[in-house]
Design a protein around this ligand. Sequence first.
Ligand code: GLP
Length: 243
Amino acid sequence: MKFIKATDYMDMSRKAANIISAQIIMKPNCVLGLATGSSPIGIYNQLVEWYQKGDLDFSQVTTINLDEYKGLSKDNEQSYYHFMDEKLFSRVNIKKERIFLPNGMEKDSTKACDDYNNIIESCKGVDLQLLGIGHNGHIGFNEPGEEFKAKTHCVDLAESTIIANQRFFSTIEEVPKQAYTVGIKTIMQAEKIVVVVSGEEKAEIVKEAFFGPITPKVQASILQLHNDVTIVADEAALSMIEL
Ligand code: GLP
């Protein structure tokens, strides 16, 4: 695992955006695995800025997002589709038909997951997967458990995740209790993985996930087995480890 130390959130965002922009420049028709949450917002802002300057072209890029809340439609302001559209897709020249997220409105979980697995397969592999990490070590919405789930599945969100994500909703009751998420195998099959982590409240999980035992109880710990992982983290997030 490679660690890149950033001074703060802005610096982390620029450094990670540099890696993603290099990927797009080196392979204009690349497949990017994208993430939601607060961690990647600065990256998306930076990529948009470079696009506006004419330095980046998304016209051949394909994106596969990690997850979507079950029961939320694309135009629901809390959906991950809406988040991605607002932060990135509507602001760059990516083709709508090259944007993929699980279908939150599909009630039949098996169908929703099978459909998404088929989409992922048809894209023939993710070149670069961007990840954030939850306080409990989740990646995508792969919550702590007894196993690593390989493919897209419907997950019951952990209570701590529902509480953490409450900030995006008016009341905790509005936070969906389930989501569709790509599996760990899909994440691990990406050629390259970039993890962004910021803030002191993530320092403990950084230590546990990347320096502790590999266990499904801390899903991100599996990343220790991938041969091309770059963790871009700010000083606060790295405060409990020595590099
Ligand atoms: C969310 C998302 C994850 C994200 C994580 C951390 O629930 N499903 O993809 O990485 O939680 O979010 P944040 O970056 O806001 O801490």
